[in-house]
Design a protein around this ligand. Structure first.
Ligand code: NAD
Ligand code: IPM
Ligand code: MN
Length: 347
């Protein structure tokens, strides 16, 4: 169980520290932690956001626990040197194409979400976000047109095999849940997503026990706040999944609660909170580490088959929340380390 811990920038450092404490408290035989620099920190130390040494550590690991990257000091660097390239580069280099972002409302938080409690109470959904393609990884640039105007451009595309492999992940996830899959696209405007929809329908023939539906992304954004209880599994592209998962986080209370797993064909996975480096609260001990702690639980489940320990961590987080342990993101006053202590005590 070799785990690479890449804390990164801003609150990444603070939240991974708590997740590591939780992992260590489980006393798992064979658990080895390895560290590596990523993001702005890595750029400042080594001149690259994803140094070769870090990539080697990732390749040697059985799983990666990732904090966050992003540093406003670095926002004017050439794109390939910006902190975000660390996470994008890891996803691509390691083939992490399937991003699972579950959102469930915790007991005791029904009144603290951005929705009415009777609406929030219904939420138990999983966003399956494609993570290796879309407009994120197409050619891009800023060019000057013949008339002298600058033009920014980014190519959006999905090949059929890229859609099919994320479809299989999503259909299988739905089989293990309530058997409902909603594919979110923009097939009414974009050819990329017409092909996406066609392939979803083709793959659905192999899963007669799953009920497939389709929704345009604008409607999906609306339905997610109107009636989120209608969703079981949502499958969507890289960019739509990025946006809808941040939105889903507020439907259950806070972005500080949403964990994620990024999976490849093999068992190695990358586990990270869905949030970023939160420069506005970094270094103050105010960040909610629960999303990262829950990501560590996903790691135990998906990379190490340790369901019992994963469930123990999740129960400890749920109990802490039910007992009123809340950071500023949920209107409480507990700090990062205090939340970590509270989860450890309940573990
Ligand atoms: P963000 O997720 O970092 O922060 C958005 C808001 O949510 C902020 O007000 C922040 O304080 C709050 N927040 C986030 N996580 C929290 C937590 N655990 N506890 C309490 N509050 C929390 O998004 P942003 O401000 O748009 O981006 C900041 C930087 O992070 C950017 O450089 C961006 O590119 C990067 N980013 C990185 C990742 C990643 O590493 N996977 C994800 C998203 C954004
Ligand atoms: C996320 C982040 C990343 C993304 C950024 C930092 C590249 O927002 O993990 O959700 O857009 O995928
Ligand atoms: Mn995001």
């Amino acid at each position: 169980m070799k785990v690479a811990v890449f804390a990164g920038d801003g609150i990444g450092l603070e939240v991974t520290r708590e997740a590591v404490r939780v992992l260590q408290a489980l006393d798992l035989p064979g658990l080895t932690l390895m560290e590596g620099d990523v993001g702005g920190v890595a750029y400042k130390k080594h001149g690259h956001p994803l140094p070769e040494a870090t990539l080697e550590t990732a390749r040697a690991a059985d799983a990666i626990l990732f904090g966050a990257v992003g540093d406003f000091d670095c926002d004017n660097l050439e794109r390939h040197l910006r902190p975000e390239q660390a996470i994008l580069g890891l996803r691509k280099a390691m083939g992490f194409f399937a991003n699972l972002r579950p959102a469930t409302v915790f007991k005791g938080l029904e009144d603290l979400t951005s929705l009415r409690p009777e609406v929030a109470r219904q939420i138990d959904l999983l966003i399956v976000r494609e993570l290796n393609g879309d407009v994120y990884f197409g050619e891009k640039g800023i060019r000057t047109l013949p008339d002298g105007r600058r033009q920014g451009w980014d190519i959006m595309s999905y090949a059929e095999d890229e859609v099919a492999r994320i479809a299989h992940v999503a259909f299988k996830a739905a089989q293990g849940r309530r058997g409902k899959l909603c594919s979110v696209d923009k097939a009414n405007v974009l050819e990329t997503f017409q092909l996406w929809r066609d392939v979803m329908i083709e793959v659905s023939r192999e899963y007669p026990d799953v009920e497939l539906s389709h929704m345009y992304v604008d409607n999906a954004a609306m339905q997610l706040v109107k009636n989120p209880g209608q969703f079981d599994v949502i499958v969507t592209g890289n960019m739509f999944g990025d946006i809808l998962s941040d939105q889903a986080s507020m439907c259950v209370g806070s972005i500080g609660l949403l964990a994620s797993a990024s999976l490849a064909e093999g068992t190695c996975g990358l586990y990270e909170p869905i949030h970023g480096s939160a420069p506005d609260i970094a270094g103050k001990g105010l960040a909610n580490p629960m999303a990262t702690i829950l990501s560590a639980a996903m790691m135990l489940r998906h990379s190490f088959g340790r369901e019992a320990e994963a469930a123990r961590i999740e129960a400890a987080v749920a109990k802490a929340l039910a007992d009123g342990i809340k950071g500023g993101d949920l209107g409480g006053s507990h700090g990062t380390a205090e939340i970590g202590d509270a989860v450890l005590a309940r573990l």
